[in-house]
Design a protein around this ligand. Structure first.
Ligand SMILES: C[S@@+](CC[C@H](N)C(=O)[O-])C[C@H]1O[C@@H](n2cnc3c(N)ncnc32)[C@H](O)[C@@H]1O
Length: 246
């Protein structure tokens, strides 16, 4: 690509070596840089079309706190994807209410396509994190732990924090909870958009749920960096079909 490795038998100049290493190898030849920029542009297009009225908060923590302030005072507060418990402890602390955390504690059940995260990423080797007294942990795969949990908890969902990353896990959650989600339910997604492949995971599972159940919702906020978003469910059971976000 650069012709002879040495100019007239001499070592290439420092500027040329820096160019080869940093500009060419780490930038111009790097697909991930452009895939990320492309994902950012697609996310910006989506924001321009559907999220212009949203809060833009500096971090997932600020957005999570904001989400909890929007929540109804009654109903279940649930987190899917606990891992070491960072977001679960924050939710428990800020809400002061009973909170339920669901996780296999064995990591992702499938490869997270579009990213470098393979099946088993976030494997806590079955070890449960330390959590405050207002938290109950439900260890196991969502499709196993959700049915018995719902049988014992007839309430509707006030807050749903989804941080399980992949499509199939997110779909399992919405399939199981669709009858418990209604007007006022606050939903937060940790990885909704702004990475290569975002249209295939949490976003896709939610949009399919919206279509299948005639859901109207409004976006409330997103983070300035990363892809965390918060929305509020307005209505469910409207005529199935394409339902644009409010
Ligand atoms: C990104 S981590 C969660 C991070 C956590 N919310 C935090 O703030 O540190 C994703 C978690 O989702 C869990 N997970 C994904 N799919 C699952 C499923 N179908 N059943 C149970 N756990 C699942 C994984 O075990 C992993 O711990």
């Amino acid at each position: 690509m650069f012709g002879t490795r040495q100019r007239h038998g001499r070592k290439p100049r420092l500027s040329e070596r820096l160019f080869r290493r940093f500009v060419f190898k780490y930038f111009a030849q790097n697909l991930l840089v452009d895939l990320q920029l492309q994902a950012k542009r697609e996310s910006l297009d989506y924001i321009n079309a559907h999220m212009m009225h949203c809060m833009v908060l500096p971090s997932r923590w600020a957005l999570l706190r904001y989400a909890l302030r929007q929540a109804r005072s009654e109903g279940l507060i649930l987190e899917f994807g606990v891992y070491k418990g960072d977001s679960l402890r924050a939710i428990a602390d800020w809400s002061g209410r009973p909170v339920h955390g669901f996780d296999s504690f064995e990591g992702l059940p499938e490869d997270w396509t579009g990213t470098a995260e393979l099946r088993g990423k976030f494997d806590a080797r079955g070890r449960l994190p330390k959590v405050p007294a207002n938290v109950t942990l439900h260890a196991g795969w969502f499709d196993r732990t959700l049915p018995p949990f719902l049988a014992g908890h007839p309430e509707s969902v006030a807050v749903l924090n989804i941080d399980c990353d992949i499509y199939s896990s997110t779909k399992t959650i919405f399939d199981a909870l669709s009858g418990r989600i209604g007007p006022g339910t606050i939903v937060s997604f940790d990885e909704y958009f702004n990475y290569h492949g975002w249209q295939q995971h949490e976003f896709k599972a939610f949009q399919e749920y919206v279509q299948a159940h005639g859901v109207r919702y409004e976006y409330l906020g997103f983070t300035a960096s990363g892809g965390t978003i918060v929305l509020r469910i307005l209505e469910t059971g409207t005529t199935p079909g394409p339902v644009p976000p409010a």
